[in-house]
Ligand binder design. Sequence first.
Ligand code: TRP
Length: 324
Amino acid sequence: MLTGYRPTGPLHLGHWAGNIENMLRLQSDPANDCFFFIADWHMLTTHYDRTDELPGFVEGLVLDWLAAGIDPERATVYRQSDLPEVAEMALLLGMITPLGWLERVPSYKERLRDAAERESATFGFLGYPLLQTVDITIVRARIVPVGEDQVAHLELSREIVRRFNRLYGEVLVEPQPLLSEAPLIPGSDGRKMSKSLDNAIGVRDDEATVRARVRSFITDPRKVRRGDPGRPEICPVFALHRRFSPDDVARIEATCRTGELGCVDCKTLLADHLVETFATFRERRAELAARSGLVREVLAAGLDRVRPVARETLAAVRAAMHLT
Ligand code: TRP
């Protein structure tokens, strides 16, 4: 199985609950052969004018993974751009991928709709799901843990694989998405937590920042003061409690409904839990960050493991296409 992450900035609670915990669970099952990679070429499809941020984001993401418990002994952790075999295979699969299939992908259509974005919708961006198809098929992944937003990409990957196999013989493996069951984590404005909406709490944020961010969360607008009954089911603070305060959640729900629990206290409780939950993570991360050369070593070891697999697939693809 394989999953990739674009290095576009520090992880936040939405990533943590949606993906990181899923990756930890998958990694812990010895039946799984996990590939977790940093999709830095994919980052370029939208952030090509900000490449100066790239080295720091890659290093930061690897440290976040390691501090979270991703174990490079169990999972193969590597960086996409270290594996030029991906680029060659993307060129080859690009030859058989109809333009119309790529133009139909929702993320591409959405981008074109916005005039300001039109100029930044490059050839590389159009090819985003094709490159993703190569990430997956080059390691012959069967299972791809992703979010709901990636299902259209995976469907396209399956179509490209079928077309390749029809043209040249059964060489590539058709991947299946594995959707995370975790409910969406809302940000401070109640919308999906996201860095670009500036509504996120980062896993690396210090205590003061976490507390300030939690205080800025919207709550049930009908609950104005303590004593007013609240509706936890529409409150983003409660959505975070559900995820990060498992031992307290029943009491919080009940006392919010009766009005006994006020929003200020409810937020303080949440901030306490978040600070406590991420204290170990932040300590481990600081220790790992102090070990110079660690990230480079981890990525080099991962590359050693993935490269033979990628070379074998590419050789089969070349042979099937008579490029021998
Ligand atoms: N598109 C994924 C995202 O935005 C990142 C990604 C790139 C990926 N290549 C992949 C995910 C291959 C799974 C498999 O999150």
